[in-house]
Write a protein of this length. Sequence first.
Length: 516
Amino acid sequence: MTSASSIVNHEEDIKPMENGANYMARTSKRWVERGTKLSPKHSNSGDAVHEPVFDVEDFISPGQLYSTESGSLFHAGRILIALVGLPATSKTLLSVAITRYTRWLGVRTESFHLSKYIKKSSNIPCFLSDEFSTAEGAEFKDEIIGQVTRDMMSFFENGKGQIAIYDALNIRKKDRANIKNFFEKKNIKVLFVESIVTNPELITKNIEIAIDSEDYKNWGKHEAIKDYTKRITKNESQYERMSPMESVSYIKYLNFGERIIMNNTNYGYLVNKIVFFLMNLSNKQGSVYLSRCGRSNSDKYIDDELLNEEGIKFSKKLTNIVTDRIKQKRLERKCNTLEFNENSKDSNTKLDTLNCDNVDNTEPLNLDSLVVWTAERKRTYDTAKFFKYEGFDVQKRSQLKQLHPGVVADMGEQEIKEKYPKEFEEFQRDPYHYRFSRAESYHDLAVRMEPLLLELEHMHNDILIIAHESTLRVLYGYSMACTSLEVPTLDFTRHQLVEISFKPFNNVVTRIPIDI
């Protein structure tokens, strides 16, 4: 079955079909296009997790099970999640990850990052927000917090927002009490998530990321590390850890999921899903690689054949490209760590560059550093045969089974038009939710794959997923925060390996050519 060549946004209600075709998660209007954003399939760029849903009238998410008039799901009402913690404790990463997951479920979620508001100010230095000890600093703090608060309230009241995530330090009891009192008076539940990091390796990694931001553009690394460490120390003296004595609802998140402590979090099903998500979230070191399988003599749905000669060549090339890419990125991480350690030393000599030519990159990859998931079909599993020969863990995953096309299996677009003209017209209107007779829709596929998405969040190292295009579209759609309009149109060819790298602020996609 081919993808729809064009997507039409219809205002009218779509009536049920009389011949067995059906829908899920239907509303009177599809998700509105979001203006300036480029479709992820056309660009090597960051994901759309920060694209606003504020002005989207009917928010239909890829993983959404149902819709309501109020826009709220899971009978959860409105919730403010306020992050708590020192710099370099992965707060932004947490806020972005929760936003991505809850949006996928259909919850209107926005992240509000205090640092973004600070950067918009041209008169006050960005770093003043960490001190606030002067009269000027205190005034600036009140002004910025007022702006964030007004925007969050506007999101709740005018944008049908359900979850706002407030990404700031919030390390003092007084500040947390003000947040709780203000929002609870507006009938908005407040949940604090305190991120505590004591693992030196995690702290080092987070500082490396922080000094690579725009805040430290044109800084020497030695000075940047020194300055950022100073910021942590200053805030540490003011830090008041959360405790039950505050009479607030909170989750303590230690060393990125190593341990979770909850207090008074009886907010129902949605909060429980978020807690379960946090339990599965990991501090990722590697990337996710997405690939089609090699060719067999028949690519038909009803056939399940072994790889042909071209398919075997493809699988060999794929093995070499993936392992070489992982080695290259491992070398870069090793070099960055060495450079960070050198610049962290208390020395008057500034070490902004380090020659990595002597770093050993000839050793084979650790067999635990890469996991390969494949669908259960022969040609898909056999595409990973050379990874298995080298000793890597290759797993068949039933959740990666491709979308079932039903009665239109192995039909081209023209044949579907001729045999099922009415159904094809409805499919073109909404290729994500529409299912042909005895078929699955993309929505069905996304719901079926949710356990696998959570497992993907739990992976620490690199993972290669070899599957059918329909399955890769859903995986990519989740990772890159695509809309339900975009998922069916995403393009995966055998000429490209798709690499998704996990960053604190967003995920980034890179397409690596496969010369076949």
